[in-house]
Design a binder for this molecule. Sequence first.
Ligand code: SI3
Length: 316
Amino acid sequence: MDSPVGKKLTGLVAATFTPLTPQGEINLPVIGLYIDYLLEHQGVRNVFVNGTTGEGMSLTVEERKKLAEEWCGKGKGRLEQVIIHVGCMSLKDSQDLARHAARAGADGIAVVSPSVFKPSDAGVLRQFLQEVAAAAPDLAFYYYHIPALTGVNLLARDVLEGIEKQIPSFRGLKFSGSDLMDFGQCVSYCPSDWSILYGMDEQLLAALVMGANGAVGSTYNYLGRKANSILSAFEKGDLTRARTLQFEVQDGISYAVKLGFDVAVNKSLMSEVSGLDLGPPRLPLRPCPQPRAVSIAQRLREGPATGPIPRQNTDG
Ligand SMILES: CC(=O)N[C@@H]([C@@H](O)[C@H](O)[C@H](O)CO)[C@@H](O)CC(=O)C(=O)O
């Protein structure tokens, strides 16, 4: 049964890039084409807007509102769920964006921890989340856990403690961390109508084993088909196939990391693979040298020159 604040979020969620013009302004007309691409070429039907991949923290509140309106408007009746990230350093800005997301027709909102003045414990972070959620009480609310970026090294499981009493609209979390013990403890705490979404695309399979309901990530923009195949192989119990596909993703990401991989490179890679013109990143990110994106795209298409190392099936 659907919860009062909407349908459970499952499967892949693309953490979207923000299209910019060459002059660095948000480029809204690209978004309709972007949605076509995700649906038709990647089989991805959910989006997470204005997060890390979308350079949300580098955008103004006004820009974030326009982007939210465009994604919700163009996605209506096409995308399954549009989740708007409304986390900001300022509680007031987050509340403003949360109210706006509700008016724009979002299916849910997510909030990352503030990271300049870091919460000193899980209780005060919960209080911050609660005050944002209260500004849009009818929207599904997700906590966005990304400790490597925020420097807020609280266990997600501690943040969840009793959160359902403080935030009636709480529906889960996006866990972008590598601590699978903390992740498992979150899964074991959460009721079945919450969504526990994993955010490190290179180890999606491990999170599925641990009980993830789905995944939010940047690579699902251009590797959605492959990641969907990981989900189906896992559901069918074909771990050998799931592992082979996950290793291919890992090969592509580790190749990218060796060349230098950040949100700017990732954005350029998406333009290269999809043919969408997403434009440059915004400062302080440096634009990606074009040959790097071309080389990573080629590696994703073709794999390593030597081909994959055959592995023995060690299941059972
Ligand atoms: C640090 C970072 O950007 N992490 C990505 C991952 O999808 C990441 O790009 C991927 O796992 C490759 O390392 C996501 O977790 C971020 C994300 O979902 C977002 O943009 O909000």
